[in-house]
Write a protein that binds this ligand. Structure first.
Ligand code: XMP
Length: 429
């Protein structure tokens, strides 16, 4: 193993990720683990040089103050107890904290500042090889950032012991299925099963106008298609997932209740039992992107904006029809292209188009038209809980409008959504 590690044990602090990131910023890899980890489990973690007991407001659980096992205090690994309730023991000033952490890491623990994304990848490659041996791994490859980076890492670790399944449900952005096939199937020569499930999904969604119902159908149909493919591929023992650290936090820790349950590929039937391979589960999003670049994935795959699981399905408002679905896909591609041209692409957090299910009167080519409008949305946010609207230069809006109304079939108007969140949500459904 190439990297030293500092383990942060969660004793009810809301600052676990802050301290883990502060340690990584000093060049030492750190992982967060629950307070009730046993000394034996701890001994299995590679290269642990020090332990931080990270106490805080949630230290009392069901009326009892939680603590780590006595052997952990008595072991050979240096321990630093931090209490976020007590500002003398743990100062609020980041510079003071940095001094305390530096003393602990480099003087008390003798850790080396050897955390780099390249070392992380090398260590994960080694760990995946140890876990998997000569057996086989399956991955649902959506083409999103997390699953793409997992795929690239596993190709490096286990090559053709990996099989990727890409389900095209017809609700992806323009060019996405093609990019998955090119990058993974052709360039990286992965075992890639491409499933064209477009008709199947659109058939199931026909006439369904309720947004939650649409989401449910897309989610459950996805699992069904993936399950069918998994059954066809005999002899697979492992399921890889693009779980990243924020997913684990949102699912709740032993001291913090769940924000929402998280499933990357949840809900597979009980008789399909896989052991999980989750090599990114200790990384934050920016580190996942860094790993993707280091593994040689294309920049636009690694730096893509967030995209909802149900895809364009929640942007083709009301009951999905093929003509409007194509219109939303084409207009989204134009919006993205013009944001690139205007230098807005890396600056705006999320931008997309939506298409409502009503028409309006217009004139096109000297004749009356009766066609759909397209709605543009561009927002900035830190945590997606609230969002503000980007002030797009008028000339850019005018160019996008001219292109959409002339290039996209069935569209005669373009609207810009000026609503922050709240009162709107980012998506329309
Ligand atoms: P809202 O619309 O709730 O969106 O303001 C917040 C963020 O979440 C994304 N989003 C989803 N992501 N499945 C997802 O994986 C979904 O069903 C879903 N709905 C919204 C949305 O794009 C935005 O980034």
């Amino acid at each position: 193993m190439k990297q030293d590690m500092i383990v942060v044990l969660d004793l009810g602090s809301s600052e676990n990720t802050t301290i883990a990131r502060e340690i990584r910023a000093l060049g030492v890899y750190s992982e967060i683990h629950p307070h009730d980890i046993s000394a034996a489990e701890l001994a299995k973690l590679p290269n642990v040089k020090g332990i931080i007991l990270n106490g805080g407001a949630n230290r009392v659980v069901n009326g009892v103050e939680i603590d780590v096992a006595a052997e952990i205090y008595e072991g050979d690994i240096p321990v630093l107890a931090v209490d976020h309730q007590d500002t003398l023991a743990w100062p609020e000033d980041p510079e003071d904290r940095k001094t305390i952490l530096e003393d602990f890491l480099f003087r008390d623990c003798g850790a080396e500042a050897n955390w780099t994304i390249e070392n992380f990848i090398a260590d994960q490659v080694e760990l995946v090889r140890r876990q998997v041996g000569d057996r086989k791994v399956l991955l649902a490859l959506s083409g999103g950032v997390d699953s793409s980076v997992v795929a690239a890492l596993l190709i490096k670790a286990i090559g053709d012991q990996l099989t990727c399944v890409h389900v095209n449900h017809g609700l992806l952005r323009k060019g996405e299925p093609e990019q998955v096939i090119n990058v993974f199937g052709k360039e990286l020569k992965t075992n890639l099963v491409y499933v064209d499930a477009v008709d199947r999904f659109l058939g199931k969604l026909e006439g369904v106008a309720d947004p939650e119902q649409k989401r449910k159908i897309i989610g459950s149909e996805f699992i069904r298609v993936f399950e069918e493919e998994a059954r066809k591929l005999a002899g697979i023992d492992f399921l890889a997932q693009g779980t990243i650290y924020p997913d684990i936090i949102e699912s709740g820790t032993k001291t913090v209740a769940a924000v929402k349950s998280h499933h990357n590929v949840g809900g597979l039937p009980d008789d399909l039992q896989f052991e999980l391979v989750e090599p990114l589960k200790m990384l934050f999003k920016d580190e996942v992107r860094e790993a993707g670049v280091a593994l040689g994935l294309p920049h636009n795959m690694v730096y893509r904006q967030p995209f909802p699981g149900p895809g364009l399905g929640v942007r083709c408002l009301g009951a999905i029809t093929r003509d409007r679905l194509e219109a939303v896909r084409e207009s989204d591609a134009i919006l993205r292209e013009e944001f690139d041209n205007a230098g807005l692409a890396g600056k705006v957090w999320q931008y997309f188009t939506a298409i409502p299910d009503f028409k309006s009167v217009g004139v096109k080519n000297n004749a009356r038209s009766f066609e759909w409008p397209v709605i543009l949305r561009a927002v900035n946010t830190v945590d997606a809980m609230t969002a503000s609207v980007e002030e797009i230069p008028y000339a850019v809006l005018a160019k996008i409008t001219a292109r959409i109304t002339s290039e996209v079939a069935g569209v005669n108007r373009v609207l810009y959504d000026l609503t922050p969140k709240p009162s709107g949500t980012i998506e329309w459904e």
